[in-house]
Design a protein around this ligand. Structure first.
Ligand SMILES: [Zn+2]
Length: 381
């Protein structure tokens, strides 16, 4: 019975199942989330039906439509919308699985995209400043941190007072081994500690990887952003506030409980002590949250993040992503976990942006089902 309830559009059934079988898990869900599931209705005029069949009809591998006109029209005329909000962070997402079938984004041809990405990477190599980072990038006032596979540079147009880059040795941002990934994080952490040592008022490390221009990278050459700030950045501050308010009002650890809710919904997994889940209020497509020990130092945490990232790239065909790691302050004045978030920024073959006014000013509108994401991830662990 429970195995059949395996999608966000059946979340209401899953929550009702929890209510009957696991009172404490149900209460935990209600404490953190509110959600509503409703049918949005519309009428397709006869004159538009054949176009709708062509736009939205499900197809087999050869591209033949495998649904009847009536089935497609029924699906389009009655769309199930699931709205879910995290009451503590304010994060809110609208799910409509139909949006994954919208014209133009149906089953992107992975091979075509791979070819395009490789071509883009190859072409950007010529005249790439980051391929000769020591020559063509600025350095911080204390010089550079030099790792085996990466080197730091100051950010020529700084985001903030302490805003630098970890530039990979390899131009290709999607091709990295364990040794390389390990080195990127080690180089980053050495830089965080260096800034903190020289300027002890800058205590909050923030690591951001914008991979490919669709995810906000100005250079295709592999690199990450590393920042140190006096206060957490707004997105992280929201998590800090949720964590502290929850502790004050409920008395337990917010992130433990958040994980526990995802566990009871069948949306989490563990690798040793490193816990992760497919977020039910994702900021955008396929968001995964990892709660771990310090991933800059702890090998198991780092290996889990790498495995998830590789799964995004190799199994899910995600070539544009944002990955952030927010850490507790280096002065250790507060306890706060290390939170890693990864999100897909969409196909490079698409000319439309993945985020619009809804994401900026309203709630996130998401097509990919967290149940599909966690099932793909479970297969690789
Ligand atoms: Zn390069």
């Amino acid at each position: 019975m429970l195995d059949d309830i395996n999608s966000m559009s059946d979340l209401d059934k899953r929550v009702q199942y929890l209510r009957r079988t696991d009172e404490s898990a149900y209460c935990l869900f209600k404490r953190i989330y509110k959600f509503d599931s409703q049918i949005g209705r519309q009428i397709i005029p006869d004159s538009f039906q054949s176009k709708v069949l062509n736009y939205f009809g499900r197809r087999d591998a050869l591209g033949n439509i495998i649904e009847t006109l009536e089935e497609v029209v029924e699906r389009i005329e009655k769309q199930k919308i699931t709205k879910i909000t995290n009451k503590w962070t304010g994060e809110s997402t609208l799910f409509n699985s139909l949006r994954a079938d919208r014209p133009g984004i149906r089953g992107a041809d992975l091979e075509k995209e791979k070819k395009y990405v490789l071509k883009l990477i190859k072409e950007s190599e010529e005249g790439c400043d980051f391929c000769q980072a020591e020559k063509y990038t600025p350095e911080d006032e204390f010089g550079r941190i030099i790792g085996k596979y990466s080197i730091t540079a100051a950010n020529i147009a700084k985001y903030d007072v302490w805003s630098s880059l970890v530039i990979f040795k390899d131009h290709n941002p999607l091709n990295f081994s364990w040794d390389e990934f390990d080195d990127y994080l080690k180089t980053s952490y050495t830089w965080f500690e260096k800034v903190y040592h020289n300027h002890p008022q800058f205590v909050f490390p923030f690591f951001v990887w914008n991979c490919m221009p669709r995810a906000g990278a100005s250079q295709i050459h592999g690199h990450c952003q590393i920042l140190m700030s006096k206060e957490p950045y707004a997105g992280v501050e929201t998590l800090h506030k949720a964590y502290h308010n929850y502790k004050k009002e409920v008395g337990t650890d917010f992130f433990n409980d958040l994980y526990q809710v995802h566990y009871s919904l069948g949306l989490s997994h563990k690798n040793g002590n490193t816990r992760f889940f497919a977020n039910i209020t994702p900021l955008k497509e396929k968001e995964v949250i990892i709660i771990s020990k310090n991933p800059f130092e702890d090998v198991k945490s780092k290996k889990t993040i790498l495995k998830i990232l590789k799964c995004f790239i190799e199994s899910m065909g995600v070539f544009s992503f944002n990955l952030s790691i927010s850490s507790p302050s280096l002065n250790k004045k507060e306890d706060f976990p290390h939170i890693t978030r990864i999100v897909d920024r969409g196909s490079l073959l698409k000319s439309t942006a993945d985020m619009g006014g809804m994401e900026l000013y309203g709630s996130s509108v998401v097509a990919n089902d967290p149940y599909n994401i966690i099932n793909i991830l479970k297969d690789v662990f």
